[in-house]
Structures are given as C-alpha cells and as structure tokens.
Design a protein. Structure first.
Length: 534
C-alpha cells in the first residue's frame, strides 16, 4: 500500500492550480472531456426538465447542442464498455457485469468474461497513440481483479478513483477502495468523491507541461446509491419534495414540453403500480421520503457545481473554446432494490461506513425518468434514454442552444472523437486483431443538427432486449417470440403496443435482432458459476 497523504492533493486551491500550467498557444486539435453521471434519470437536470438547479450544466446546453434521443445500454458497466470502445458491450466481454475482487461474472464465453478483452481498444488507447494525454478520474467498473484489466493498462496515463461501484462517497475502503494511480490509499478528512474526482482532474490538466491536447474521462459515481451528500447541499432541498412525486412528474413534463424536448401531446406514463398516490402517504413517511429525495437532489447539485469548477479552469487557462465537452448518464434512474420508499434504514443515509443500496425508492425514480416508464436494467426509454449535451464553442456555432432529434447511441462517441481528433482506429493493436467499430460519427449532427441515422440499433441486458429502426422500436425478452412494438414518433413514452397492427415490422426487427445477437456475442450466454450474478 502506498503511504500517501492526499490532503495536499485536494487542498490545492483552484486559483493556485491555474498557475501550474501556462498554455502558450492553443492546440489545433481539440481537447476532449467526457463527463459521465451514474444512475441519473432523463429529467434530473434543469435543461431536461428538473426543478433541481443545475446552472453550469444548463449553460453547457444553452451554448452547445442537446440531444432529445440519445441512448445508453441500461446499466453501468456495459455502458462504460460501449462508451470507451465504440462496440456493443458483449463484443468487449462485458455482456452482463464485471469480474471484481469479490464477484465472478466470467461465464466462459466471449460475450460474458466480465472484463474488457483484447479484441477492443479504448478511446484512451487510441488517443494516446495519436499524441494525446489521457486522464481518468472516477468509477472504472470494467474489471479489476488482475493488473491487466485496470485503467493504467488500458490507455490512461493517470488514474484516480475506484475500480468498482457502489462505494462510500466519504470514505471508500475495503474492496471498494480509493485508488491513486495503481495504489490503494485512504481518503482524508473532508473527502467527498464528486469534489475529489473533479479536483484531481483539474490537477492532472494543470500538470501538463507541453502543448499536446488531452482526453479526460470524468466518471462520477453520483447520484448512484448510497445516498451520501454534504449537509450544506442537502439543506437546500429539505422540504421541497413534500409536494410529492405525482405533482412533480406533471411539473417536469410541463417544463420539458416548454423546453422543446417533447411535443405538447406527449402522454405522461402512469405512476408505477408499486407506488401509492402521494396523497395516500402518511405524514411521517412524507418527511422521511422528502429527505431521501433531498439527498439525491444534493448529489445532482454537487455534480453541477463541480462541472462549474471544471469549466472555470478551462476558461482561465484559455482552453475552453477548443475543448469538446460531452455530458451524459450511464443508464436511466435506478429503482433498486425496488422498494416504494427506498432501500436501507433512514439512519444509514450519509453514514460514511455504509454503502450498498441505500436509495430513494421507486416513487422518486419514477420522477427522475419523467415522462418515461421503468428504470435502469430495462430497454424501455426509462432504462436507456439519457440526456446528452455536446459543447464545443470553436465548432458548435449554428446549433448553439438547439435541441436535435438525431438518434444517437453510446456507440457513436468513439467514432465522433476519432472524427474530430483525426486519430486512426487500429485494425491491430498490441498484436491483437481489433473488431471494427459499430457506431457512427455524430460530427454532422454537432455541426448542423441534422443527420440521417441509417440501420438498426440494438440492446440486451439481463435478457431484456430491444431493437429500433427509424420511428419503430420493439421490446422483448431473450428466448421469447413475443415482441411489443412502439411508434416512438407518436408514442415516445411507449404506452401503446401496436405489434398486432404491424406484424411485418415486428418480424423484420426481430429477425435483425436475432442476427445481431449471434454476431455480437449476445448468445450463447455461457454457464453461470458460483458468485455469478443471478
């Protein structure tokens, strides 16, 4: 264990950090920053409908481009695998979950090994080869039980964060511990992950002594459970949620329609049947439930002011205009462990020694995903639709402040970065044949807001599957011949199954999904072993 006192790392004032690196000239190739939120719902930031104040993220949207139709893979580690590689998660070996210190998700087949294989390359590996500095801070969650599976071995020059997920915000430890480069360290007094990951990112950028551009992957663990937030932030929201989820879902949809994210005829999905009307909740429970949502809101709020710190640093070092910033979430809101008012005891909230599913409950997750139904782990819009903001002042000019309905996918991030940096995607890397990219560059959409996305998009996780093309989207379960069909142009909230009316469309989508599932290693699924996910 490295005997490191990281108090000095995080006590560096931001103004002091700005002086660590003087940029004599702006690089012609852009810097690239990906900011990934963890388990954040579609409507949880202001520019996507929330009542939670997120002025810094909203400013990125106002001066950049928002996507109303952008998709992830419905869960943390598979999304991270696809984001960093431009491949479907099964092609990378992370078809379900990851193999970590205490869990085995290696099912013995290519699509389900539990870690990034050598048949793929990460954005960091490609950009490092192209002369970029590559930095990462935050949650890795792509396998870590051996050295070869970790960030520093997959293209990142520097890493600070946690290899696994669901760790304490105040004191990550045990198997879900804090890592500085490759060494295990203990968090100092006053530590909070969202602040620390951002401050470390700034420190890494400030330590750059040359004119080479950089790639930063800032992967927050917020607002994933456990419910951990700073008291000063929580108090900004206590009492604001006693109006309840029913009214707030209506308020958020009204705001979304006003913003232009949805048509005025968009139907709000029904309240989850596992959740009672707010008016039926007891007064005592309302107070406790309000507090849980206040902590969750504080976690979102902390993401926002840390985004503000990052932007301030870029501006003061004259790098803001030539930096592409992309902001998104890894899946829809999380209702785990599927209890009406949340998991864990009320006394577990903000306990630094507690982690796991100390959460805000189905009712608030239903709010987070307004106007959609269902949550993380599902291929409904509530599971896979994410806010996506692209901000790049040097190039995103005609689309400044606009919303595009181009259907983007997590697979498209790698090709987009290749297009703007000029980096070449390798056919062979480190002696291994690399699979061709699955995504497409979204650069045309960034520059003019319009782009025709040809072909099909596919999803599968935990046997939940979907396929879309154009306005059509079909949803099913692996092994089932029954598919539900939705017209997303007229029914974005997926309330009206029209499969009986359009059997030919269903047949076409189902056939393509089957072919894809074989080609991309979704099947066979292999054999589950002891400690595997069930």
């Amino acid at each position: 264990m490295k005997n490191t006192n990281i108090l000095t790392t995080f006590s560096i004032g931001l103004l002091s950090s700005f002086t660590l690196c003087v940029h004599a000239q702006k690089p012609t190739r852009p810097n690239v920053i990906i900011i990934l939120a963890d388990d954040m719902g579609y409507s949880d930031i202001g520019c996507y409908g929330s009542e939670i104040p997120t002025p810094n993220i909203d400013k990125l949207a106002k001066d950049g481009l928002r996507f109303s139709h952008f998709y992830n893979t419905s869960r943390s580690c598979p999304t991270r695998a696809s984001l960093l590689t431009g491949l479907y998660q099964h092609q990378t070996g992370i078809g379900l979950m990851t193999t970590e210190a205490e869990s085995n998700f290696d099912f013995g087949v290519d699509g389900y090994r539990g870690y990034l294989n050598k048949k793929c390359v990460t954005i960091a590996e490609v950009l490092k080869s192209a002369g970029y500095h590559t930095y990462m801070a935050g949650k890795w969650h792509l396998g870590s039980d051996s050295l070869s599976k970790r960030p520093l071995q997959r293209g990142f020059e520097h890493y600070f964060g946690c290899y696994q997920g669901a760790f304490s915000y105040f004191d990550p430890k045990g198997t879900r511990c804090l890592i500085d480069e490759g060494d295990t360290i203990r968090a100092p007094k006053g530590f909070y992950t969202t602040d620390a990951f951002t401050d470390k990112s700034i420190q890494l950028m400030a330590g750059k002594k040359d004119d080479k551009p950089f790639f930063l992957y800032l992967a927050f663990n917020a607002p994933h459970w456990p419910l951990h937030a700073k008291e000063v932030d929580i108090q900004k929201f206590v009492g604001k949620y006693r109006v309840g989820w029913d009214q707030l879902r209506k308020d958020r949809l009204k705001k979304q329609i006003k913003l232009g994210l949805f048509d005025k005829d968009t139907q709000l999905s029904p309240r989850d049947s596992r959740v009672r009307p707010w008016e039926s909740v007891s007064a005592e429970q309302k107070v406790m439930s309000d507090y849980r949502m206040a902590v969750y809101a504080a976690q979102i709020y902390a993401i926002d002011y840390n985004v503000g710190k990052l932007v301030e640093y870029l501006k003061k070092t004259n790098q803001f205009d030539n930096t592409l910033i992309m902001f998104l979430s890894d899946n829809g809101a999380c209702a785990e462990p599927y209890q009406e008012f949340g998991g864990g005891k009320q006394s577990d909230i903000n306990n630094p020694n507690k982690s796991g599913a100390i959460s805000y409950g189905i009712g608030w997750a239903n709010l987070s995903n307004t106007p959609f139904r269902l949550y993380k782990n599902n291929p409904t819009e509530g599971g896979i639709a994410t806010p996506f903001i692209a901000h790049w002042p040097a190039q995103i000019k005609s689309q400044k402040g606009k919303i595009t309905d181009v259907s983007g996918h997590i697979l498209d991030i790698m090709p987009t970065i290749l297009a703007i940096t000029g980096a070449e995607y390798p056919k062979v890397y480190d002696g291994n044949v690399i699979q061709p990219l699955e995504g497409v560059s979204l650069l045309p959409a960034l520059l003019n807001g319009k782009q025709k996305i040809e072909g099909y998009q596919y999803w599968e996780h935990s046997n939940n599957c979907a396929v879309s093309k154009g306005k059509w989207k079909a949803i099913s379960r692996v092994g089932s011949d029954a598919w539900k069909l939705y017209d997303l142009t007229n029914d974005r909230t997926e309330l009206h199954d029209v499969s009986a009316k359009y059997p030919d469309v269903v047949s076409d989508l189902a056939s393509h999904w089957k072919d894809w599932s074989i080609r991309c290693k979704v099947v066979p699924k292999g054999t589950r072993t002891k400690n595997s996910y069930d």
